[in-house]
Design a protein around this ligand. Structure first.
Ligand SMILES: Cc1ncc(COP(=O)(O)O)c(C=O)c1O
Length: 414
Protein backbone atom coordinates (compact mmCIF):
# COMPACT_ATOMS: atom_id res chain seq x y z
CA UNK A 1 0.00 0.00 0.00
CA UNK A 2 1.26 3.44 -0.92
CA UNK A 3 2.77 5.54 1.85
CA UNK A 4 1.61 8.69 0.07
CA UNK A 5 0.10 11.40 2.27
CA UNK A 6 -2.84 12.24 0.05
CA UNK A 7 -6.42 12.03 1.18
CA UNK A 8 -7.15 9.36 -1.45
CA UNK A 9 -4.18 7.23 -0.42
CA UNK A 10 -5.17 7.53 3.22
CA UNK A 11 -8.77 6.54 2.50
CA UNK A 12 -7.59 3.58 0.45
CA UNK A 13 -5.44 2.53 3.40
CA UNK A 14 -8.37 2.85 5.75
CA UNK A 15 -10.53 0.67 3.51
CA UNK A 16 -7.95 -2.15 3.68
CA UNK A 17 -7.09 -1.79 7.34
CA UNK A 18 -7.92 -5.10 9.07
CA UNK A 19 -8.38 -3.22 12.34
CA UNK A 20 -10.83 -0.73 10.91
CA UNK A 21 -13.72 -2.22 12.86
CA UNK A 22 -12.15 -1.35 16.20
CA UNK A 23 -13.17 2.28 15.79
CA UNK A 24 -16.80 1.34 16.42
CA UNK A 25 -15.87 -0.10 19.79
CA UNK A 26 -14.95 3.33 21.17
CA UNK A 27 -16.86 6.49 22.03
CA UNK A 28 -15.52 9.29 19.83
CA UNK A 29 -15.85 12.88 21.07
CA UNK A 30 -17.95 14.92 18.62
CA UNK A 31 -17.98 18.48 17.35
CA UNK A 32 -20.89 20.96 17.60
CA UNK A 33 -22.47 19.35 14.52
CA UNK A 34 -22.31 15.87 15.99
CA UNK A 35 -19.43 14.81 13.72
CA UNK A 36 -16.79 12.59 15.36
CA UNK A 37 -13.61 14.53 16.06
CA UNK A 38 -10.25 13.42 14.75
CA UNK A 39 -8.66 12.42 18.02
CA UNK A 40 -4.89 12.61 18.19
CA UNK A 41 -4.43 12.46 21.94
CA UNK A 42 -4.00 8.74 22.50
CA UNK A 43 -0.66 9.59 24.11
CA UNK A 44 -2.45 11.58 26.80
CA UNK A 45 -5.83 9.93 27.37
CA UNK A 46 -7.19 7.10 25.27
CA UNK A 47 -10.89 7.08 24.46
CA UNK A 48 -13.65 5.20 26.23
CA UNK A 49 -13.96 1.58 25.05
CA UNK A 50 -17.74 1.05 24.95
CA UNK A 51 -17.23 -2.27 26.73
CA UNK A 52 -15.79 -0.44 29.73
CA UNK A 53 -19.13 1.18 30.52
CA UNK A 54 -20.83 -2.23 30.55
CA UNK A 55 -18.17 -3.74 32.80
CA UNK A 56 -18.24 -0.85 35.27
CA UNK A 57 -22.04 -0.94 35.44
CA UNK A 58 -21.85 -4.69 35.96
CA UNK A 59 -19.66 -4.17 39.03
CA UNK A 60 -21.92 -1.41 40.35
CA UNK A 61 -24.85 -3.79 39.95
CA UNK A 62 -22.94 -6.55 41.72
CA UNK A 63 -22.18 -4.16 44.56
CA UNK A 64 -25.89 -3.24 44.79
CA UNK A 65 -26.91 -6.91 44.72
CA UNK A 66 -24.31 -8.41 47.02
CA UNK A 67 -22.67 -5.72 49.13
CA UNK A 68 -19.57 -7.08 50.81
CA UNK A 69 -20.20 -10.57 49.47
CA UNK A 70 -19.15 -9.31 46.08
CA UNK A 71 -15.56 -9.85 47.19
CA UNK A 72 -16.15 -13.58 46.83
CA UNK A 73 -19.45 -14.01 45.03
CA UNK A 74 -19.61 -11.37 42.34
CA UNK A 75 -19.69 -12.76 38.82
CA UNK A 76 -16.06 -11.73 38.70
CA UNK A 77 -15.09 -11.89 42.38
CA UNK A 78 -13.34 -8.74 43.60
CA UNK A 79 -10.64 -10.35 45.73
CA UNK A 80 -8.76 -11.73 42.69
CA UNK A 81 -10.22 -9.12 40.27
CA UNK A 82 -6.84 -7.75 39.20
CA UNK A 83 -6.04 -11.20 37.82
CA UNK A 84 -8.56 -10.52 35.05
CA UNK A 85 -6.02 -8.08 33.64
CA UNK A 86 -2.89 -10.18 34.00
CA UNK A 87 -2.87 -12.19 30.78
CA UNK A 88 -3.35 -9.15 28.55
CA UNK A 89 -0.77 -7.08 30.44
CA UNK A 90 1.72 -9.94 30.18
CA UNK A 91 1.11 -10.18 26.43
CA UNK A 92 1.48 -6.42 25.97
CA UNK A 93 4.68 -6.17 27.97
CA UNK A 94 6.25 -9.43 26.79
CA UNK A 95 6.30 -10.94 30.27
CA UNK A 96 5.28 -14.11 32.04
CA UNK A 97 1.90 -13.62 33.74
CA UNK A 98 3.55 -13.99 37.15
CA UNK A 99 5.81 -11.03 36.32
CA UNK A 100 3.07 -8.40 35.94
CA UNK A 101 0.46 -6.91 38.18
CA UNK A 102 -2.11 -4.12 37.78
CA UNK A 103 -1.91 -1.79 40.76
CA UNK A 104 -1.72 1.84 41.92
CA UNK A 105 -0.61 4.42 39.38
CA UNK A 106 2.66 4.99 37.60
CA UNK A 107 4.62 7.23 39.97
CA UNK A 108 3.54 5.25 43.02
CA UNK A 109 4.72 2.07 41.31
CA UNK A 110 7.99 3.77 40.41
CA UNK A 111 8.55 4.60 44.07
CA UNK A 112 7.80 1.00 45.06
CA UNK A 113 10.25 -0.30 42.47
CA UNK A 114 12.95 2.17 43.51
CA UNK A 115 12.42 1.14 47.13
CA UNK A 116 13.27 -2.40 46.12
CA UNK A 117 15.88 -1.84 43.43
CA UNK A 118 17.73 1.34 44.35
CA UNK A 119 20.12 0.69 47.20
CA UNK A 120 23.05 3.07 46.92
CA UNK A 121 26.19 1.55 48.38
CA UNK A 122 29.57 3.19 48.62
CA UNK A 123 30.72 4.53 45.31
CA UNK A 124 27.80 2.97 43.42
CA UNK A 125 25.10 5.43 44.37
CA UNK A 126 23.97 7.24 41.23
CA UNK A 127 20.85 6.92 39.10
CA UNK A 128 21.14 7.45 35.35
CA UNK A 129 18.09 8.82 33.58
CA UNK A 130 17.37 10.95 30.53
CA UNK A 131 17.61 14.72 30.79
CA UNK A 132 14.16 16.19 30.17
CA UNK A 133 12.39 13.16 31.60
CA UNK A 134 8.71 13.45 32.47
CA UNK A 135 8.58 15.66 35.55
CA UNK A 136 7.00 13.05 37.81
CA UNK A 137 9.77 10.54 37.09
CA UNK A 138 12.40 13.10 37.92
CA UNK A 139 10.61 14.08 41.13
CA UNK A 140 10.39 10.43 42.13
CA UNK A 141 14.06 9.74 41.40
CA UNK A 142 15.37 12.93 43.03
CA UNK A 143 13.26 12.36 46.15
CA UNK A 144 14.40 8.74 46.40
CA UNK A 145 18.01 9.88 46.24
CA UNK A 146 17.31 12.45 48.96
CA UNK A 147 15.44 9.77 50.97
CA UNK A 148 18.71 7.87 51.12
CA UNK A 149 20.44 10.99 52.50
CA UNK A 150 22.22 11.74 49.22
CA UNK A 151 22.29 14.87 47.11
CA UNK A 152 20.40 14.67 43.80
CA UNK A 153 22.74 17.34 42.42
CA UNK A 154 25.53 14.78 42.39
CA UNK A 155 23.78 11.42 42.55
CA UNK A 156 21.40 12.06 39.66
CA UNK A 157 23.09 11.69 36.28
CA UNK A 158 20.97 13.04 33.42
CA UNK A 159 21.92 12.20 29.86
CA UNK A 160 20.92 14.83 27.29
CA UNK A 161 20.89 14.62 23.50
CA UNK A 162 24.02 16.01 21.86
CA UNK A 163 23.87 19.73 21.02
CA UNK A 164 21.54 20.35 18.10
CA UNK A 165 19.95 16.89 18.38
CA UNK A 166 16.55 15.87 19.62
CA UNK A 167 17.15 12.25 20.51
CA UNK A 168 19.58 10.14 22.52
CA UNK A 169 21.00 7.21 20.53
CA UNK A 170 21.60 3.98 22.44
CA UNK A 171 25.34 4.41 21.73
CA UNK A 172 25.29 7.48 23.98
CA UNK A 173 23.81 5.40 26.81
CA UNK A 174 26.52 2.77 26.26
CA UNK A 175 29.21 5.45 26.31
CA UNK A 176 27.83 7.03 29.49
CA UNK A 177 27.80 3.63 31.19
CA UNK A 178 31.35 2.94 30.05
CA UNK A 179 32.43 6.20 31.63
CA UNK A 180 30.34 6.20 34.82
CA UNK A 181 29.10 2.61 35.15
CA UNK A 182 30.88 1.90 38.43
CA UNK A 183 29.15 4.85 40.09
CA UNK A 184 25.68 3.97 38.81
CA UNK A 185 23.35 1.81 40.89
CA UNK A 186 20.35 2.01 38.60
CA UNK A 187 19.37 3.09 35.10
CA UNK A 188 15.82 4.33 34.59
CA UNK A 189 14.87 4.81 30.96
CA UNK A 190 11.64 5.31 29.00
CA UNK A 191 10.44 2.74 26.48
CA UNK A 192 9.24 5.60 24.27
CA UNK A 193 10.28 9.19 24.98
CA UNK A 194 7.21 11.25 25.79
CA UNK A 195 8.09 14.35 23.74
CA UNK A 196 10.00 13.04 20.74
CA UNK A 197 8.38 9.63 20.43
CA UNK A 198 11.81 8.00 20.21
CA UNK A 199 11.44 4.27 20.82
CA UNK A 200 14.42 2.62 22.52
CA UNK A 201 15.99 -0.80 22.17
CA UNK A 202 15.30 -1.98 25.70
CA UNK A 203 17.30 -5.21 25.42
CA UNK A 204 20.37 -3.24 24.43
CA UNK A 205 19.96 -0.84 27.36
CA UNK A 206 19.55 -3.79 29.75
CA UNK A 207 22.68 -5.47 28.38
CA UNK A 208 24.72 -2.30 28.76
CA UNK A 209 23.41 -1.64 32.28
CA UNK A 210 24.04 -5.22 33.45
CA UNK A 211 27.50 -5.27 31.90
CA UNK A 212 28.38 -2.49 34.32
CA UNK A 213 26.58 -4.02 37.31
CA UNK A 214 23.60 -1.64 37.22
CA UNK A 215 19.90 -2.39 37.62
CA UNK A 216 17.82 -1.58 34.50
CA UNK A 217 14.26 -0.30 34.99
CA UNK A 218 11.83 1.26 32.53
CA UNK A 219 8.96 3.72 32.42
CA UNK A 220 6.63 2.35 29.77
CA UNK A 221 3.95 5.06 29.97
CA UNK A 222 4.28 5.80 26.26
CA UNK A 223 5.35 2.35 25.15
CA UNK A 224 2.82 -0.14 26.45
CA UNK A 225 0.06 -0.70 23.91
CA UNK A 226 1.97 1.53 21.51
CA UNK A 227 4.91 -0.60 20.52
CA UNK A 228 5.70 -4.32 20.94
CA UNK A 229 7.64 -5.13 24.12
CA UNK A 230 9.63 -8.14 25.32
CA UNK A 231 10.53 -7.32 28.92
CA UNK A 232 11.27 -10.86 30.08
CA UNK A 233 13.51 -11.71 27.18
CA UNK A 234 15.24 -8.34 27.36
CA UNK A 235 16.12 -9.14 30.98
CA UNK A 236 14.67 -5.88 32.34
CA UNK A 237 14.76 -5.80 36.12
CA UNK A 238 11.54 -3.84 36.55
CA UNK A 239 9.12 -1.66 34.62
CA UNK A 240 6.14 0.53 35.43
CA UNK A 241 3.37 2.05 33.34
CA UNK A 242 0.09 3.89 33.35
CA UNK A 243 -2.97 2.65 31.51
CA UNK A 244 -4.83 5.81 30.56
CA UNK A 245 -2.91 6.37 27.33
CA UNK A 246 -2.63 3.54 24.80
CA UNK A 247 -4.47 1.08 27.03
CA UNK A 248 -7.60 3.27 27.16
CA UNK A 249 -8.09 2.54 30.85
CA UNK A 250 -9.73 5.90 31.57
CA UNK A 251 -8.70 9.00 33.53
CA UNK A 252 -6.55 8.06 36.51
CA UNK A 253 -6.61 4.41 35.41
CA UNK A 254 -5.01 1.65 37.45
CA UNK A 255 -1.30 1.38 36.53
CA UNK A 256 0.93 -1.63 36.14
CA UNK A 257 4.23 -3.07 37.14
CA UNK A 258 6.68 -5.71 35.91
CA UNK A 259 9.20 -7.49 38.14
CA UNK A 260 11.60 -9.92 36.48
CA UNK A 261 10.89 -13.45 37.70
CA UNK A 262 14.39 -14.07 39.06
CA UNK A 263 14.04 -11.13 41.47
CA UNK A 264 10.68 -12.25 42.80
CA UNK A 265 12.04 -15.79 43.18
CA UNK A 266 15.16 -14.60 45.01
CA UNK A 267 13.16 -12.62 47.53
CA UNK A 268 12.27 -14.74 50.60
CA UNK A 269 8.52 -15.17 50.90
CA UNK A 270 8.48 -14.48 54.64
CA UNK A 271 10.95 -11.62 54.88
CA UNK A 272 10.82 -8.13 53.55
CA UNK A 273 14.45 -7.97 52.55
CA UNK A 274 16.64 -10.56 50.96
CA UNK A 275 17.61 -11.12 47.36
CA UNK A 276 16.89 -7.61 46.13
CA UNK A 277 19.22 -4.65 46.54
CA UNK A 278 16.60 -3.01 48.80
CA UNK A 279 13.57 -4.12 50.77
CA UNK A 280 10.13 -4.85 49.37
CA UNK A 281 7.54 -2.56 50.89
CA UNK A 282 4.54 -4.62 51.91
CA UNK A 283 0.82 -4.46 52.55
CA UNK A 284 -1.88 -7.05 52.96
CA UNK A 285 -2.65 -7.37 49.24
CA UNK A 286 0.87 -8.59 48.59
CA UNK A 287 0.24 -11.43 51.05
CA UNK A 288 -0.61 -14.73 49.40
CA UNK A 289 -4.31 -14.87 48.82
CA UNK A 290 -5.12 -18.18 50.51
CA UNK A 291 -4.02 -17.03 53.97
CA UNK A 292 -4.43 -13.26 53.66
CA UNK A 293 -7.70 -13.11 55.55
CA UNK A 294 -6.31 -14.96 58.55
CA UNK A 295 -4.93 -11.49 59.36
CA UNK A 296 -1.85 -12.95 61.00
CA UNK A 297 1.08 -10.65 61.77
CA UNK A 298 3.47 -12.89 59.85
CA UNK A 299 3.74 -11.88 56.20
CA UNK A 300 3.86 -14.49 53.49
CA UNK A 301 4.41 -12.98 50.07
CA UNK A 302 2.35 -13.90 47.04
CA UNK A 303 4.35 -15.37 44.18
CA UNK A 304 5.83 -13.07 41.55
CA UNK A 305 5.06 -9.41 40.96
CA UNK A 306 1.78 -9.76 42.89
CA UNK A 307 3.84 -9.56 46.10
CA UNK A 308 4.46 -5.87 45.41
CA UNK A 309 0.77 -5.03 45.79
CA UNK A 310 -0.01 -3.07 48.89
CA UNK A 311 -3.70 -2.19 49.04
CA UNK A 312 -6.81 -3.79 47.66
CA UNK A 313 -7.27 -2.46 44.12
CA UNK A 314 -9.99 -0.09 42.81
CA UNK A 315 -12.42 -2.51 41.19
CA UNK A 316 -14.28 0.11 39.15
CA UNK A 317 -11.01 1.38 37.67
CA UNK A 318 -9.87 -2.18 36.99
CA UNK A 319 -13.21 -2.89 35.27
CA UNK A 320 -12.66 0.12 33.03
CA UNK A 321 -9.27 -1.19 31.95
CA UNK A 322 -10.69 -4.66 31.42
CA UNK A 323 -13.09 -3.03 28.95
CA UNK A 324 -10.15 -2.41 26.67
CA UNK A 325 -7.87 -5.34 27.37
CA UNK A 326 -10.49 -8.04 27.11
CA UNK A 327 -11.64 -7.02 23.69
CA UNK A 328 -8.33 -7.85 22.07
CA UNK A 329 -7.80 -4.30 20.85
CA UNK A 330 -4.19 -4.51 21.99
CA UNK A 331 -3.41 -6.50 18.86
CA UNK A 332 -3.36 -3.13 17.15
CA UNK A 333 0.01 -2.03 18.48
CA UNK A 334 2.14 -3.32 15.60
CA UNK A 335 -0.14 -1.82 12.96
CA UNK A 336 -0.02 1.52 14.72
CA UNK A 337 3.72 1.82 14.20
CA UNK A 338 3.15 1.93 10.45
CA UNK A 339 0.18 4.24 10.79
CA UNK A 340 2.11 6.60 13.03
CA UNK A 341 4.91 6.78 10.47
CA UNK A 342 2.34 7.92 7.93
CA UNK A 343 1.00 10.44 10.41
CA UNK A 344 4.53 11.73 10.93
CA UNK A 345 5.11 12.15 7.22
CA UNK A 346 1.77 13.84 6.72
CA UNK A 347 2.42 16.21 9.61
CA UNK A 348 5.85 17.04 8.21
CA UNK A 349 4.28 17.71 4.82
CA UNK A 350 1.66 19.90 6.46
CA UNK A 351 4.44 21.81 8.21
CA UNK A 352 5.87 22.82 4.84
CA UNK A 353 2.43 23.81 3.68
CA UNK A 354 2.32 20.99 1.15
CA UNK A 355 -1.20 19.78 0.53
CA UNK A 356 -2.75 21.66 3.43
CA UNK A 357 -5.21 23.99 1.77
CA UNK A 358 -7.46 24.25 4.81
CA UNK A 359 -5.07 24.90 7.58
CA UNK A 360 -6.37 28.40 8.25
CA UNK A 361 -8.21 29.05 11.50
CA UNK A 362 -10.19 26.17 12.84
CA UNK A 363 -12.13 25.79 16.01
CA UNK A 364 -9.87 24.36 18.69
CA UNK A 365 -6.88 24.39 16.37
CA UNK A 366 -3.40 24.52 17.84
CA UNK A 367 -0.29 25.91 16.24
CA UNK A 368 2.45 23.37 16.24
CA UNK A 369 5.95 24.47 16.92
CA UNK A 370 8.39 21.76 16.07
CA UNK A 371 8.78 18.76 13.82
CA UNK A 372 10.05 15.46 15.10
CA UNK A 373 8.73 12.25 13.72
CA UNK A 374 9.71 8.89 15.09
CA UNK A 375 8.43 5.40 15.50
CA UNK A 376 5.27 5.24 17.52
CA UNK A 377 4.53 8.93 18.00
CA UNK A 378 5.21 12.27 16.39
CA UNK A 379 5.16 16.03 16.70
CA UNK A 380 4.62 18.51 13.90
CA UNK A 381 5.28 22.14 13.05
CA UNK A 382 3.15 24.75 11.37
CA UNK A 383 0.05 22.66 10.86
CA UNK A 384 -3.24 23.37 12.54
CA UNK A 385 -4.48 20.31 14.22
CA UNK A 386 -7.60 19.74 16.15
CA UNK A 387 -7.61 17.67 19.27
CA UNK A 388 -3.92 17.94 20.12
CA UNK A 389 -2.85 19.53 23.36
CA UNK A 390 -0.27 22.27 23.35
CA UNK A 391 2.76 22.08 25.59
CA UNK A 392 5.81 24.31 25.78
CA UNK A 393 7.53 21.84 23.48
CA UNK A 394 4.88 22.09 20.80
CA UNK A 395 1.94 19.83 20.20
CA UNK A 396 2.29 16.11 20.37
CA UNK A 397 0.20 13.92 18.13
CA UNK A 398 -0.51 10.25 18.47
CA UNK A 399 -2.94 7.86 16.96
CA UNK A 400 -5.34 6.34 19.38
CA UNK A 401 -5.27 2.58 18.91
CA UNK A 402 -8.73 2.53 17.46
CA UNK A 403 -8.02 5.14 14.82
CA UNK A 404 -8.13 3.92 11.25
CA UNK A 405 -4.69 3.76 9.70
CA UNK A 406 -5.14 6.57 7.19
CA UNK A 407 -2.83 9.01 8.87
CA UNK A 408 -2.79 11.20 5.77
CA UNK A 409 -6.51 11.73 6.13
CA UNK A 410 -5.93 12.75 9.70
CA UNK A 411 -3.65 15.66 8.91
CA UNK A 412 -4.46 16.61 5.34
CA UNK A 413 -7.83 18.30 5.77
CA UNK A 414 -6.96 20.39 8.78
C1 LIG B 1 6.32 9.31 31.17
C2 LIG B 1 5.37 9.55 32.31
N1 LIG B 1 5.80 9.33 33.57
C3 LIG B 1 4.99 9.55 34.62
C4 LIG B 1 3.68 10.00 34.44
C5 LIG B 1 2.83 10.24 35.66
O1 LIG B 1 1.85 9.27 35.77
P1 LIG B 1 0.94 9.07 37.09
O2 LIG B 1 0.19 10.34 37.30
O3 LIG B 1 0.04 7.93 36.72
O4 LIG B 1 1.84 8.77 38.22
C6 LIG B 1 3.19 10.22 33.14
C7 LIG B 1 1.84 10.70 32.92
O5 LIG B 1 1.40 11.02 31.85
C8 LIG B 1 4.07 10.00 32.05
O6 LIG B 1 3.67 10.20 30.79
Amino acid sequence: MSGESTLEAARARDALDPLRGFRERFALPRDAHGEPLIYLCGHSLGLLPLAARELVIEELDEWARLGVQGHEHARRPWVPYHENLTAALAALSGAHPSEVVAMNSLTVNLHLMLASFYRPTGRRSRILMEAGAFSSDRHAVASQIAWHGLDPATALLELAPRAGEDTVPEEAIDACLREHGEEIALVLWPGVQFRTGQAFDLARIVRAAHRHGCIAGFDLAHAIGNTPLALHEAGADFAVWCSYKYLNGGPGAIGGCFVQQRHADAQPRQHHSGGLPGARLAGWWGHEQTTRFLMEPQFRAAAGAAAWQISNPPILAAACLAGDLHRGAHGAAAREVGAAQLLSRAAAAAARGAGTPHHAAREGAARLSAVAAHRGRCRARGARVRGARRTRHGVRLALARHHPGGAGAVVQPL
